[in-house]
Design a protein around this ligand. Structure first.
Ligand SMILES: O=P(O)(O)OC[C@H]1O[C@H](O[C@H]2O[C@H](CO)[C@@H](O)[C@H](O)[C@H]2O)[C@H](O)[C@@H](O)[C@@H]1O
Length: 275
């Protein structure tokens, strides 16, 4: 696991809490925001405390909470469980709160070609790992970060050679995915449907891929919260680490419950108050 840097970033203020009557919609990136980084993408786990907190928040927000991730929906469901609204694969897969889904169609032959080219490329590059996400492919170098530039150059050439695909850079990862979708568009789509429509969107994310969504929420009257120290950013607020995110989310839940009716309070409770 990568040790989190808990030094408070000094370039942006810490985010506020919801005021009484505020109608927030929460959009949460996963890796680097809710979860600390791990060398192996398949080895991350969601603690029972975090899961319980997300469930309470989901209820307190009347379902207006969505994960927005580069991971596939099947992976998000395996990690988190509840079939909430979610955007997977940077929005190439999207599930609304009512359970309806849309997914970018899989071009089997193009994907096979992409995978084969990526494997050939990996044969010439030590220390790079391939993650096949069904529609997209990610190349990871967390175990050999010094290989990042070589990996980036090779991934750029690979994406250029694949019509209809584009490159998405992330934290020690280069992804090659079908073009035309990003997290900002996915959040825009979610905001058009209940229970998100009409609420103030708050987006938490740590990576370059989250910048698209920071732009979207700012345009929709909400705000972005950058996790960590990456700059530049379109976010207005910052928190240093996933641990700080979890602590802030706990306080958000408390603030929401203080503004709730007695009936709501009995229904949702607050695990932090009980522990
Ligand atoms: O949008 P996110 O939820 O942040 O997902 C982005 C990518 O996250 C995963 O990779 C990252 O986390 C791994 C586990 O900590 C780490 O090993 C890797 O270096 C990071 O880039 C995931 O594997 C990717 O598919 C996601 O796109």
């Amino acid at each position: 696991m990568t040790a989190p840097d808990d030094t408070p970033p000094s370039d942006l203020p810490v985010p506020p809490l919801p005021t009484p009557g505020a109608r927030w919609a929460l959009f949460l990136d996963v890796d680097g925001t809710l979860l600390d980084f791990h060398d192996d993408p398949a080895a991350v786990a969601v603690s029972p405390d975090l899961l319980a907190l997300l469930q309470r928040l989901h209820a307190a927000l009347d379902g207006a909470l969505s994960l927005v991730s580069g991971r596939a929906l099947t992976d998000l469901d395996r990690l988190f469980g509840p079939p909430w609204a979610m955007a997977g694969l940077h929005g190439l897969q999207l599930r609304h709160a009512d359970g309806s889904c849309r997914e970018h169609p899989l071009d089997t032959s193009a994907h096979a070609q992409l995978r084969q080219r990526a494997e050939t490329l990996l044969g010439a590059l030590d220390g790079i790992e391939l993650e096949d996400k069904g529609i997209a492919i990610a190349l990871h170098c967390r175990r050999s970060p010094e290989r990042f530039e070589a990996m980036r150059d090779a991934a750029t050439a690979l994406a250029d050679a694949m019509p209809g695909y584009e490159l998405q850079a992330g934290n020690l990862v280069m992804e090659i995915k079908p073009a035309g979708m990003d997290k900002g568009r996915a959040v825009r789509e979610l905001l058009q449907q209940p229970p998100f429509a009409g609420r103030q969107p708050i987006y938490l994310g740590d990576d370059l891929t989250d910048e698209h969504a920071f732009d979207t929420v700012a345009r929709a009257g909400g705000c972005g919260i950058r996790v960590g120290h990456r700059r530049p950013t379109a976010a207005q607020f910052t928190l240093p680490s996933p641990a700080a995110v979890q602590h802030w989310l706990l306080r958000v839940h408390r603030a929401l419950m203080q503004g709730a009716t007695p009936h709501d309070t009995r229904a949702h409770g607050d695990p932090a108050e009980r522990s």
